[in-house]
Design a protein around this ligand. Structure first.
Ligand code: SF4
Length: 527
């Protein structure tokens, strides 16, 4: 991993739309939360990391945000439970965090908007300042952190975050987050950190602590009660999401699975058991014996490792009846919790040393019961947290949008005139001459100015965004006028945003968040 890059990579990475032919290789898709890797091909993220295309859930989202409609939010992990909760007016939460390493800019605005959108649809909303991470992994002093933290929060409030309904905090002063981080740390291993983040013997302990803190941030909305929670982030944060989902599962008291007999079977074997059961069971009450299922698999199914393993287990079970059931495996439960679970299972059940089988309930009901008992007995009952991923914005000068190259990005604090000038000076997807542009059309897909329209300037107005696109690729729109229009819109946006920032300053002062931490210490060196 690259450790010496001072960028906030959350938006320092170049976005191209799939088809680019950059040299393939691990670097293209390496997801490194502290590095500067670029994402050259978003599709690879689906294949290599199991991120799902957002398109596939779009239809389940009530009145999707324009960033969702336009494919800026391109991917997700397990967003369905959140979409369902929003649809059905059930509990849900949204949380994201910001490293206060510089000014908040238009890349951060995407995430601010995502948080606010979920909040407006009823989710509990959280915005946090990742000050521990900025101090240990980015080497910022506490003074710098205090100053930037204020700017992030002002912009979040100015864009519409409701602090009465939601919560803003900084990692360092949230005692519950710290306690949770400690707890989660018991279930995270250094070897994993090596594998996931490339940590090694040189990595500072505080940097590692900032990772468990992020795990705690992600699960914090579920402390009071488990609920579907979405974390909107850039894809560079996906390693954190995968770890958080794993750690959340490891904290659970029980694991619920489906089973067909007293023995354990993995998913592949289970498919065979299910097939045999479906073939052999009939309306009569006669039980299907395990040996008979083994014979059936032997005769009817092509041999493979799963089938053979299933047959072996079935033969060993002999005359035991094969019967579908849900199984509660004891993972971390206290004895009292395990007993209470057994007591609570309705209908026919069978108790074993390390698990209990229930014959009269379905999987979903079993999950719910397991969670209830866990929470009643001092556990967390976490649902695996979900995430949505937005594309990184292209820099105005082409290449990466980078906080350390002022011309490449527009800070939310930029003087509106500077914002205007930066847009006017931006590179475009235009042709060398107006004549060629009329003939061939512009390359809106390669144009940072078009991105500004789609990601920000067109706001909720899809028609306007489409019009810019169509006019550009159709050769009716020339870059000079197009940039003039974008530059004016940017100036207006910045004026308006900064006015709102001034208006919410009092609101921020009234909040219970310490922006003058006055901490002492020596920043980490980024290792
Ligand atoms: Fe970009 Fe506008 Fe030029 Fe098209 S016309 S390439 S959108 S600046």
């Amino acid at each position: 991993m690259t450790r010496d890059n001072p960028e906030n990579t959350a938006d320092s990475t170049q976005a191209t739309d799939g088809g680019s032919d950059t040299a393939s290789g691990a670097d293209d898709v390496a997801l490194d939360p502290w590095g500067s890797s670029t994402v050259s091909d978003y599709r690879k993220l689906f294949e290599e990391f199991g991120i799902e295309a957002f398109d596939e859930v779009l239809g389940e989202v009530p009145e999707p945000h324009y960033l969702m409609r336009r494919g800026v939010i391109f991917g997700h992990r397990d967003y369905r439970p959140v979409a369902r909760a929003l649809r059905e007016g059930e509990d849900a939460a949204v949380l994201s965090g910001f490293m206060p390493t510089g000014d908040p800019h238009i890349g951060h605005k995407l995430v601010f908007d995502e948080i606010i959108w979920h909040q407006e649809r009823g989710a509990d909303a959280y915005g946090l300042i990742a000050d521990l991470e900025a101090h240990s992994a980015r080497g910022l002093s506490w003074d710098e952190i205090d100053e930037h933290a204020r700017d992030y929060l002002l912009s979040l409030l100015a864009l519409g975050f409701d602090p009465e309904e939601g919560e803003l905090y900084r990692q360092s002063t949230n005692r519950e987050v710290q306690d949770l981080a400690f707890e989660l740390g018991s279930n995270a291993r250094f070897a994993e950190f090596e594998g996931i983040y490339g940590f090694d013997g040189e990595t500072s302990v505080s940097h590692m602590q900032s990772v468990v803190t992020q795990m705690a941030d992600i699960l914090y909305p579920q402390l009071e009660e488990p609920k579907p929670t979405v974390i909107p982030v850039g894809p560079d944060q996906d390693p954190h999401m995968r770890l958080a989902r794993d750690v959340a599962a490891r904290m659970r008291y029980f694991k619920v699975t489906e089973a067909y007999a007293s023995f354990e079977a993995d998913a592949g074997e289970r498919d065979h058991l299910a097939a045999a059961y479906a073939a052999l069971s009939d309306d009569s009450d006669a039980p299907v014996r395990c040996v008979d299922a083994a014979d059936w698999l032997d005769a009817e199914m092509a041999p493979d490792a799963d089938r053979d393993a299933a047959i072996e287990k079935l033969r060993e079970a002999g005359k035991e009846p094969l019967r579908p059931r849900v199984r509660f495996l004891d993972r971390n439960a206290t004895d009292a919790a395990f007993d209470a679970l057994i007591e609570a299972v309705p209908g026919e059940k069978r108790r074993y040393d390390e698990h209990v089988d229930a014959f009269d309930m379905d999987r979903a009901a079993a999950e719910e019961l397991a969670r209830e008992v866990e929470v009643d007995h001092g556990g967390f009952g976490f649902l695996p947290p979900s995430s949505i991923y937005h594309r990184f914005m292209t820099g105005l000068t082409g290449g990466k949008m980078s906080s350390s190259v002022p011309a490449s990005h527009i800070s939310l604090l930029d003087d509106p005139e500077d914002g205007y000038d930066k847009v006017k000076a931006a590179t475009t997807g235009g042709r060398e001459t107006a004549e060629k542009q009329r003939e061939l059309g512009g390359e809106a897909d390669e144009c940072p100015v078009y991105e500004l329209y789609a990601y920000l300037l067109a706001g909720d107005d899809d028609e306007f965004a489409t019009e810019v696109y169509e006019e550009c690729v159709g050769g009716e729109r020339l870059c000079g006028g197009c940039k003039e229009q974008a530059a004016e819109l940017m100036r207006e946006f910045l004026e308006d945003h900064q006015e709102k920032r001034a208006e919410v300053a009092d609101l921020l002062d009234d909040l219970d968040i310490d922006l003058d931490a006055d901490r002492r210490g020596v920043p980490g060196d980024g290792h």
